[in-house]
Ligand binder design. Sequence first.
Ligand code: OGA
Ligand code: ZN
Ligand code: ZN
Length: 390
Amino acid sequence: MKEYGAYALDLPIVAAGYAEACIQVDWQVMDTIESAAFPLLWLRDHCACDACRHPQTYERTQFIIDLDPACLEVAPAIDVADGHLGLTWSDGHVSRFDAGWLYRLRPHQQAWQPSIVPANRAWAENFSAHRTDFDDYMAGGGARLDWLHALCRDGFAILQNGPSEGGEIDRVAATIGPIRATNFGGRFEVFSKPKPNNAAYTALGLELHTDLTNWKNPPDIQMLYCLANDAQGGESIFADGVAVAEALRQQDPEAFRLLAETAIDCRFADEDSDIVVRATVIHLDEHDQVIEVRFNNWLRDNLRLPPAQIMPWYRAYLAFWKILRSPRYRLDLRLAAGEMVAFDNRRVLHGRKSFDPQTGRRHLQGCYVDYDMVESALRVTARQSHDASV
Ligand code: OGA
Ligand code: ZN
Ligand code: ZN
């Protein structure tokens, strides 16, 4: 079948028959027979012949809208002599379906095909981050797979013992996908600058925050690679926004609702750009699950709300902030040269303690990559690891 990755299973089709516009298929699975019914239209739509799928890109090139519906009204001729499903349709078209591929797609069994991308797991108390040596990650295989898995699940993962020359972050990003550029450029340098246009480029402490809350689509994964951290201070702080928002939901449901329903203005402006969005602090999905937290005190613009909402909103915001500051939700660590943190900027807040640039150098390189590409890297690495083991 036209698909990347392995699916072959030694599960021969032992019988197939036509009933009610479906093909009923029976597989021999160990010493039992398992069955599933596939609608004719589904089968024709999934035909893998070179006329229906491009032989190189594997993309679907036939369109069922152009199919003569009459050919679905007649039972196709069925052939399972070689253990796979062959169909000859009434318009003469011939399709062949691999038995293992078809087994994996049994319509009533989709749940047994778990997504390789893990669900978010809120940080427990005393959360300890997944760590992988830089060289092991770069070598690919199981170490990279585990690291990407942890990054998706925890929204946080660390690479350690890497080189401390500049530019390594580009090599890490290249294992995932293109760098997502913003008004601060592609790769950005975090150190105390003479003319900062952003609090990160000073020696100030940074309250826990998410980056670029003033964008409609803030960057997903942020990577910060430490080249030097010799100054006094400058320790890093992180917190899982989902865990904090869930704590707020428990402790103060009204505040939680307000932050999830009241959009506020966020804005970044300098000489070259003026980027504004109106968005809520907490974002929920259709199942009322927290999927994003946007919290950034520098980018929070003038508060424009109807009079009756101003004080309740502040109360809710401060209630969230208070939980955020509680040690229960904080992860403190000091980045060493050659260490890189990656975190989900839509979920995990980051910050740092102030540092004294007179006492030593502190230099991080940062960039963002899209979550889609992290998931893609996870799938491709899994596919390669699997291919290597078969
Ligand atoms: C940033 C940032 C943290 C740090 O660049 O967005 O928050 O440790 N930096 O300097
Ligand atoms: Zn075909
Ligand atoms: Zn930041």
